[in-house]
Design a protein around this ligand. Sequence first.
Ligand SMILES: CC(C)(COP(=O)(O)OP(=O)(O)OC[C@H]1O[C@@H](n2cnc3c(N)ncnc32)[C@H](O)[C@@H]1OP(=O)(O)O)[C@@H](O)C(=O)NCCC(=O)NCCS
Length: 334
Amino acid sequence: MIGRTSGARVSITGLGCHVPERVLSNDDLAELVDTSDEWIMSRTGIRERRIAADEEALTDICLPAARRAVEMARVDPASVDLLIVATVTPDMAFPSSSALLADMLGMPDAAAYDLSAGCTGFVYAIAQAHAMLAAGLAQRALVVGGDVLSKILDWTDRSTLVLFGDGAGAVMLERVGEGGFLGFELGADGGGGANLWLPGSGSRKFEDPERFVKMNGREVFKFATRVMVSSAEAILDECGLTVADVDVYVPHQANVRIIDHAVKKLGIDKEKTIVNVDRYGNTSSGSIPLALADAADDGRLEPGKLVLLTGMGAGLTWGSALIRWTHETTGALA
Ligand SMILES: CC(C)(COP(=O)(O)OP(=O)(O)OC[C@H]1O[C@@H](n2cnc3c(N)ncnc32)[C@H](O)[C@@H]1OP(=O)(O)O)[C@@H](O)C(=O)NCCC(=O)NCCS
């Protein structure tokens, strides 16, 4: 799917993120499996990651992120009428984590559902929320991306264990006067699905060890380096823009080598690229909003800046969004 946005302008008016307190370094991992800081740093660029406590579930880490986004947007939570949580690690299959979160946040009028598109989930979710707002079906949408992949990793499998971490981010989407989302490109290839999957997690029966994440790292690497470039180029082309127009590039934070490859192939300035995979590892659906929050903290998200988001992940899926940044809030509580 690819398209330029039409209808009302929609933008991000609030942004928040949250990570669990516990930090796990590469040296900590080397005590659990046969790996080393040198191997992990040279192959992935990851130095450390955050890991949820035993009792912490997805909504526990999404809630503070969501509250921050609501506060920044200065809106009454009760006025939010759409809540989408992008995740592959909901608290449980049902009720949805979004329904639970809507209750915790005081959003009784919100349509609430979870969305599963692997690490691309956040980009898929903002595209959906955008469409609902632009079409006038909803007035105010909270989109949360988060995962606690530590709960579904095989803690004896070094090939996956070292890559992932836990974290969440949230954005408020509202109609604005200027700027906002310009277009989206989203795709999926289920044929490659078994390269990154959680086989024993649904109605197809698998034996016990299949309840952990399994990955063909080399195939995913090849896929990632291809789609991170093709998706970004496609959306820029669709919107009549070029790489030179991009002010801030927010790629999915899976591996610094994948990011470096995309930066080089696309010809994007490295200074324009947000990288925090060294601190958080791959947080799946939390990755892009966590990186956006870093960009905001650095003061890079100034009004008028063109921001390119590109993600890829399980599915296999990929997706890009282009947004002309705005600082506008609807001032609902002003
Ligand atoms: C996983 C990944 C880092 C592996 O890097 P790589 O350079 O392809 O490494 P290889 O898979 O070729 O493995 C090289 C060797 O390191 C070993 N190895 C794998 N994981 C290791 C670890 N954590 N520590 C030490 N050695 C490890 C392998 O067993 C292999 O050993 P061998 O040569 O004796 O068989 C890389 O393929 C990757 O990043 N893939 C994409 C994964 C991803 O981003 N997934 C999420 C997408 S949302």
